[in-house]
Design a protein around this ligand. Sequence first.
Ligand SMILES: C[S@@+](CC[C@H](N)C(=O)[O-])C[C@H]1O[C@@H](n2cnc3c(N)ncnc32)[C@H](O)[C@@H]1O
Length: 336
Amino acid sequence: MTDSHESVESALKLVYGFRSTQVTYVVAKLGLADQLADGPLTAIELASRVNVKPENLGRVLRLAAFFGVVAEVPGERFELTSLGRMLGTDAAGSIKATAIMLGEEHYGAWGSLLHSVKTSEPAFEHVYGAPFFDYMAAHPDVQATFDAAMSAGMDVMLESLGDAYDFSGSRLVVDVGGGNGSVAAMILKRHPQLEAVIYDQAQVLAAAESYLTAAGVRSQCRLVPGNFFESVPEGGDAYVLSNIVHDWDDERALRILRNCRAAMAPDAVVLLLEAVLPEHGSPSVAAMADVNMMVLLTGRERTEKQYAALLEAAGLRLSKVTPIWARESLIEARPL
Ligand SMILES: C[S@@+](CC[C@H](N)C(=O)[O-])C[C@H]1O[C@@H](n2cnc3c(N)ncnc32)[C@H](O)[C@@H]1O
């Protein structure tokens, strides 16, 4: 292939990106990886198991084979590849919930990215008629997929968090906007002496109840419903905010941080887990999360300087930033 062919191929791969999102979505939504777990099947066999039309399913599976999700084997059968296995419900590091979440509301909202650019409004609200978290509160199935997707594939990141901060001197961790409790569960498993408060909206705490029970740490946790714009539970010596501050514009992010500052003792710590944007001039995967915050919410990813300024306005001093994973960093802050 000549250079110009290669650049056309790369350019086309870029603009056709949405097709791989929708093909992996269909595989995930129909549970095809689970059906193929015991061995290859034809499109007709698969279609009858998941109650769809075999002709079109077969054609989509051939595209899934092009993307490396399945492979075609003799007898017009399809078998799972190692990539496809990650779309299985019980696969280690399963990305099934992520593929469903991205193929549904995220896909719909990103389809109106141009709206966000023209108006500075979240595309999500324009398309779905309600703010992101309010919409999920009214759609429990969407909420459940989101909660599962938030912890999907995060084991490696969570282990790195456990290495990056020593919780052995802490007694009570408050996981602010703790979601299904996966971050708290990792910390509690490493430190059985610790207790944790999982603080989130009431409708999210059901997911935390089952996740923490399955993780064997439920007895070390209190599940507290509430609104972090109003207050945050007192008494913690570590306030963990994992992917919280980036959801909000500066004004609302400040309200959350000020509430943490008001609740914490002078020797307590605030631990933010976020994708830190590099200063201008270095391409970064954090830009992906930044635009996602623009599309879904009023939030943004921030540079270290922007975090330092935001924390200072909340009465906190940024004391350390530790990169802990491909995308995330741990930002430590203490009362000024
Ligand atoms: C991006 S998720 C992060 C979840 C979890 N910390 C994690 O990293 O997996 C944001 C969380 O903030 C919670 N949240 C949103 N608005 C909230 C509010 N006003 N008060 C408390 N929690 C809220 C959501 O329910 C959700 O669980």
